[in-house]
Design a binder for this molecule. Sequence first.
Ligand SMILES: [Zn+2]
Length: 395
Amino acid sequence: MIISYKYRAYPDAPVETRLHETLDTCRWLYNKLLEECNTARENGLSPTMRGMQARIVTLKDENPFLKIVYSKVLQMVNYTLWSNIAALSQTKKRGRKIGKLRFKGAFRYRTLNYNQSGFKIDREHSMIAFSKIGTIPFTMHRPYIGKVKGVLITRSGDRWYVIVQAEQEASASKREGRSVGIDVGLSSFAVDSEGAVIENPRFYEHSLDRIRKLQQSIARKKRFSQNWKKAKKRLEKTYDHITNQKKDFLHKLSRQYVDTYATICVEDLNIKGLKEKSNSKGLHRSIHDASWGRFYFYLAYKAESAGTNLIKVDPRNTSQMCSNCGSIVKKNLSERVHECPYCGFVADRDYNAAENIHRVGMEQPFEPVETIPLHHISVMQVLSMKQEATPFRAG
Ligand SMILES: [Zn+2]
């Protein structure tokens, strides 16, 4: 499993110039190869990725700038082109109307791909040396784990990022011990079968005043003026901050679950039944979906390296079924309490769902469910949990 870690990078002025030059050369190559592919096809030929690979060598006479770009990076330009071609034909096969692959304009080409070689990471000083580019410092806010397979350098606006792609090895042995079922919800972020209720983080709502003020201040300023740019940057920074808070929350929560339990049962997000959980919630729904998805993803890869079993269960009926007797007790989203008319079991709606997820995941028969008092875990408590377990101590 390859995991990507994205870090903000800070090239100095000469290195930044070099990055722009290299991106421009790669863009030229991309467009050139695409053009030659198109011409070949128009003449009834079938160009191949391998053929184009060989073409890069002869193009170096046509454009001497190609000689000062790391050769693997040039190969990856061709690789990207062919991935795009493959993706396009996939879309075509699915019956969608599509045009041709487009040539990349000056601001559309943003990423250099150092695959397997040409880079050297100095973890201790948070720097990466790139062949034919130079050394770039970066902030490793979260240490990457595993063997590095490649590094991308990418530009977004006037910011630079490095993306470290590391291979995570699965743990050889599965753990034994306690198991838990987790239900993600709307009124709280999650409720588990041990009775923990995780508060919903509201980082965006908490920053809303600041965002509105910054938006107003941008609106008052002259477009593209220095002050306008500054205000824009401040707003961007606020959004970045919210994203980081959210990720931090999800990382710490998933870490806590993986460290505590040997088996974790969650709903399978790929099955449509999850719709019953969040229908007609509009925008809020999609925000929830996104953070649930990220939470499950973090759980999955942390579990894999820790030897924790992650079991995904069919989400159909997890909230409607009585976890005590198995009867279907219909309720709509606004009903927060599960009250079974058949066996008399009363519980918090999400706790009942977590119990079902746990029972289905562990393939256990129905047995009387303990009615336990739920305990609330605040966002602050989650944020003060320990960071990613790091394989070694830095510095
Ligand atoms: Zn019941």
